[in-house]
Structure formats: C-alpha cells, structure tokens
Design a protein around this ligand. Structure first.
Ligand code: ADP
Length: 643
C-alpha cells in the first residue's frame, strides 16, 4: 500500500528524476527531493518523511554524515542507501544508524520497490502498533474513570445504611456527584412544600452565601422543572450559556424521589469549563440521587420510629406499674426495665443487656418468667416484695421479642381484702353462738310442750331458716380460710381416690332424686401437689350443684383423665343449664342465677367461688360450658408434679 512520503536525496538530477518518475510517481508515493546532503537533512527534519532514499557520495555532506546527523537528533526515519559497487562494506557499517536496506546502482525499478516495501512494511506495522497502544491507553483511562466512579457509588451505597448523620451523608453525595462527573460544582436542593420553593441542603463549590440564600421557585426554574416533570435535565456544551440562578455553561439536574414523589434535585454544573455532561454522568448522578432519596426517606422513618420509641419510653418510665422486658434468649437478657421496676426490686446501675437473674434477685418473679416460657402463654402470680408490698404480676410472651412482665401494686387492695375477710369472719363467728342457741331452743320446743299444727309449721320454718343461715356462715368462714391458706397444706397426692370417695358419698343423695351418677377414672393418673381435703371439697361442691340443678331422673357423669401433663376433671349434668348472660358471673361470690327454674332452689351463692378459690390455690384453672335447658359441664385442670 503506497501513499507514504519518500525523500530522495541524490546530487545527480537524472538519478532523482529516475526514482521519482519510474518508482515513486507510478506507485502512488508522495515524494520530496533534495539535491545534496545538507538539503536532505533539512527536509528530513522538517517534513519527517516515512522513508529516505539516500545517495552515499554527495558534495558538502555525504550520506554517512546525513545519517549521523539524523541519529544525533534522535530521528528514527528508515533509510535505503543507494550505493555503487565496492561501497557495500561501508553500507554494512551504517546499518546501525537506521539504514534498513541498500540498492546498488544501477538498480532495477523492481529492486528498489521491493526494498522500499520491506522497509515501509516495518514502518506501517510500527504505526499500527502505536495507534493501537494509543487507543488502549484511552480505553484504559476511560475504564479507570468508570471503576473509580463505580467504587465511589459503591462506598456511598454502603454509607446510605451505615451513616446515620443525614447532613454528612448528603454532603458526601454531592461531593461524589462532583467527582464522578468531573464538574466544577454540585448541589442538592430539597423542596419546601409550604413555600413551593427549592432550598440548598448540601453543596460543593458554591459560594457559602449563595448556597445559604438560594431559593428557587418550583414554578419557574430549571431545577423546578425537574421537580414538576420528574425528568432529568442535561444541557450545555460549546458556546452555550444557560441562565439558572447564575450563568453556567453545562448543567445536569436529576430528580430525587422518595415514596414515588419528587422531593428534590441533585445537580452538577460547569461555570468556567465548556465541557458538557453525557450519558455516563447522567447515569451516575441519577444513581446518587437514588441513594439520596433512600437516605432522606430512611432518616425520616428513623426520626418517626425514634420519636415513637421516645414516647413509649417516657410512658414506660412514668407509668406506675413495674415493667420489665426481656429478650427471647437463654439468659433472659433485659431489654428494658422502668423506674418503678428498679425501685420495687431495689435494682441499681445498668440493667439493659444484663441477664435477668443478675438484675433481679427474686425467686418468685424468675419462676414466673420460667413458667410463662414453658407454657408459651401468659402466667400470673402475686409477688411479695421485701418491703412488704404485694405486686400482681403478669408475664406475657411477645412473639419475636421476648417476654414482658407488668406488675401492679395491689398492696392496698390486699389490705382491704384482708380487712373485709377479717370482718366477715368475725361477724360470722359472732353469729354462730346465737344461732346455736336459736337452733337448740327451737329443737327443744316440741319437747317442753305439745304444739298445734300452726305452731309446728312456724317451728319448721324457723329451723329451715336457721339451717340456711348456718350453711351460709360456714361457707363464708370456709372461703375466708381457703383464701387465707388454712387447711391448704400441699402434699403429693392422687386425685383418683379423692374423686372416688366424693362419688360414693353422693350416691345416696342422687338416688333420692332418681338420678344416675356415674364416673370414669382413666388410670394411670400422674400425682399432683395439693390438699386432699380441699380438692375433695371442690369436687363435692360441683357434684352437689349438679344434683341440685338437675331435675329428677337426670344424669350426672364425672371423668378424670390426664392431658399433656395435667389432670382434667369434668362434671357433666343434664340439668337446667345456665343462661349465657349469667355465665361470666357464676364464679363470683354470692352470685346466683335468678330464673323460674332456680327460684325454689336454695343456696348461698358461694359454692362455685369456693371451688374456684381452691383450684387457683392449686395453680389450676376452671371453666364451664353450659346452655340454658341443655345441661352444664364444669371442668378444671391441675398441673401434675413435674419429674
Ligand atoms: P349456689 O349456692 O347458688 O348453688 P354456687 O356458687 O354454687 O351457688 O353457684 C352459683 C350459681 O350458678 C347457682 O346459683 C346456679 O344458678 C348456677 N349453677 C351452679 N352450678 C350449676 C349447675 N350444675 N347447673 C346449673 N346451674 C348451676
């Protein structure tokens, strides 16, 4: 491939003409000619030809001198020597000075052309290599810039979640936008919804005063256009002047969005340089704007959560109940304990992050936490404090968090309850003696003299009344004793013989009402901790009621079974049932259902409260299913002794 520039240096015009007319012109080379060594050297230095055809013997400056001069100047132009026979030896010597080949005069056209092509092939190869190297370096530089930009994006991305200081993060984002886009200055504007203006939240390169005072109307500014349309703006380049808040030559503004709404603008610009921003800068700055949106949204969410947390903390700190929240781990690590809690349990120092057992030295409370966890549902207990106060404590599991204990001071209620029980017990006691006298003298009346029919009727009424009051008083005294824990000594016991005895005792009673009384005890039953006397009393009260509230000819069945580490006792009857409206109250003291069916049935309204009290003293639970007219089923469970 010809076209290269060839310099012919020969003192003989016929030689120069020959080379030009027969070799260079016909083959499409460009050419220059020099008539001696001096001119040749000058042209070579000025025009940088691709190849020099150099005669050896010339006046003023011969070929060797030209070569030496070029070599000294560091000019590496390939040279083909045109020599005569006999000077080959010299030609070999100058090969190290850039001489690629030689032709011996007189030479054939084809001979020179092949020598030139050989020399130029090398030149062409070198040029291609240089061009490729240049290209590679350019691509390398671009790649390096992109890697840097991506690294910046990556580290900013990490900061979005790691840096909690929004101010600092937004400034970093603007710095990154300026760095990545190679801009002169950058800014982050946010929309003030009240005034519908944009104000500077972070800036780099902008004068401090400008940044502080800059407010752009969303309605009629370039940045405002980005807010209105949600689309980026990319303008500028050679000779362009853009009027923004001041004159800039290139500008890139991208929207910052949060929850699908444009909340601001991230922008970069050049005021001095005419360098425009391109697609790459747009993509990068858009990515940064995305981070800005996330960071601002996060900060606002964080602010809300933090606010709520503070509110909750204030409520908890000032609440009168003692509250302690522990984590769902083996150590019951304390997450939160309020002031009432710390005062009540005499806790001082740092409690958060400590195992509960190290914070609180109170066996009953720790046991309550253990119980709630084992049952995976809330547990309740009354807890006595060293200062004599009583707390009503509920420990409730909170899925995914842990367990919370809420404890209410019920000391005052306990005192009142105690006073009431004492009062009832004193009054009941005091009523007993006169009642015994009334009963004694009433029983004696028929003995001291005969009574007419009416007197006998009155006497019976007196005796029934006295019986009812005596029953009521004995129930009241009993309830007081149970609540006070009298005759409630707990021991390992079997429920089967207790129930068996109660059933036997009631057979006669049921028989009198022509009722069938049957029972099933599914052995083996695990032992329980309890008072046989009180448990017998509880079962007896339930059977009594079943017989009492079931008409003649009805059926009563009792079952005792084991279920999941608990003993379950069920008393079912085919009696009058309980209306739904009364169901929530039947375990309350003195509550009696007032219906047509119950009006002739006497009772104190204390039987079920006694049962409930006994079962709860045994850490058990009692409940009822009933429907008016369709019978009732009372059930209670007692925990078996853990192995
Ligand atoms: P009482 O002395 O009135 O029987 P209880 O406390 O034993 O008092 O029972 C409270 C009320 O619950 C009773 O008045 C009665 O209306 C209702 N009741 C209790 N057991 C039964 C039952 N097995 N069937 C229907 N009603 C019942």
């Amino acid at each position: 491939m010809a076209g290269e520039k060839v310099l012919v240096v020969d003192d003989r015009p016929e030689n120069r003409d020959f080379v030009v007319n027969y070799v260079l012109k016909p083959n499409g080379y460009q050419y220059l000619t020099a008539k001696d060594g001096e001119q040749g050297l000058r042209l070579a230095l000025q025009q940088s030809p691709d190849l020099i055809l150099l005669d050896m013997q010339m006046p003023k400056m011969d070929g060797v001198q030209v070569l030496e001069a070029l070599h000294q100047k560091g000019r590496d132009i390939p040279v083909i020597l045109m020599t005569f026979h006999g000077s080959e030896e010299l030609a070999v010597k100058v090969f190290r000075m850039g001489v690629k080949d030689y032709v011996i005069k007189p030479f054939q056209v084809s001979e020179l052309i092949s020598a030139m092509e050989r020399a130029l092939a090398e030149v062409r190869l070198r040029r291609e290599r240089d061009a490729l190297t240049q290209q590679l370096m350019l691509v390398n530089r671009q790649l390096e810039r992109r890697v840097n930009a991506l690294n910046t994006l990556y580290s900013i991305g990490k900061s979005v979640t790691a840096v909690l200081n929004l101010e600092q993060l937004l400034n970093r984002l603007v710095e990154a936008a300026v760095y990545i886009s190679g801009a002169e200055e950058g800014f982050l504007l946010l929309v003030d919804r009240e005034s519908n203006e944009l104000y500077v939240r972070a800036a780099l390169g902008l004068e401090e005063k400008t940044a502080r005072n800059l407010r752009l109307r969303v309605q009629d500014s370039l940045a405002g256009q980005v807010v209105r349309t949600g689309e980026p703006i990319l303008i500028g380049g050679q000779g362009v002047k853009i009027e923004t808040a001041y004159l800039v030559k290139a500008l890139l503004n991208v929207p910052i969005k949060a929850s699908g709404q444009v909340i601001g603008v991230l922008g970069v610009d050049n005021r001095v340089s005419e360098e425009a921003f391109g697609r790459h800068e747009l993509d990068m700055v858009s990515a940064l704007a995305g981070y800005a949106g996330i960071a601002i949204e996060n900060a606002s969410l964080f602010g809300t959560v933090e606010g709520e947390r503070r509110k909750l903390e204030t409520v908890l700190a000032n609440i009168e109940d003692a509250v302690v929240l522990v984590q769902d781990d083996a150590a019951d690590t304390v997450i939160l304990a309020n002031r009432t809690m710390c005062t009540a349990f005499e806790v001082s120092g740092e409690v958060t992050g400590q195992p509960l057992a190290q914070v609180v030295d109170h066996a009953a409370l720790l046991d309550l936490f253990r119980r709630a966890r084992a049952r995976a549902r809330s547990a309740h207990a009354e807890i006595s404090l060293p200062d004599g106060r009583t707390l009503n404590a509920h420990v409730t599991p909170i899925p995914g968090v842990g367990q919370v204990a809420v404890m209410q001071d019920i000391t005052h209620l306990k005192e009142l309850d105690h006073m009431k029980s004492e009062f009832v017990s004193t009054v009941s006691h005091d009523l007993r003696s006169p009642l015994t006298s009334i009963k004694g003298f009433a029983d004696l009346l028929p003995v001291v003299g005969s009574l007419n029919a009416q007197q006998q009727d009155f006497l019976q009424k007196i005796q029934r009344g006295v019986e009812t009051i005596t029953e009521l008083i004995s129930d009241l005294l009993d309830l007081g004793r149970i609540e006070a824990g009298v005759n409630l000594e707990m021991m390992p016991c079997e429920l089967a013989p207790i129930v068996e005895k109660v059933m036997q005792d009631h057979l006669n009673h049921a028989h009198l009402k022509t009722q069938t009384l049957q029972w099933e005890i599914v052995a083996p039953l695990p032992p329980i901790m309890g008072s046989p006397l009180r448990l017998g009393q509880a079962v007896s009260n339930l059977i009594n009621n079943a017989i009492k509230y079931t008409p003649k000819g009805g059926q009563i069945s009792v079952s005792v079974t084991e279920d999941d580490g608990q003993v379950v006792v069920t008393v079912q009857d085919s009696g009058i049932g309980i209306p739904p409206a009364d169901l929530p109250y039947i375990f309350d003291k003195f509550y009696r259902v007032q219906t047509k069916e119950t009006q002739d049935i006497s009772g104190s309204g204390l039987g079920l409260s006694i049962v409930k009290s006994i079962i709860e003293k045994h850490q058990g639970r009692i409940w009822v299913h009933s429907q008016a007219g369709a019978g009732s089923t009372f059930s209670f469970v007692l925990p078996a002794i853990q192995n």
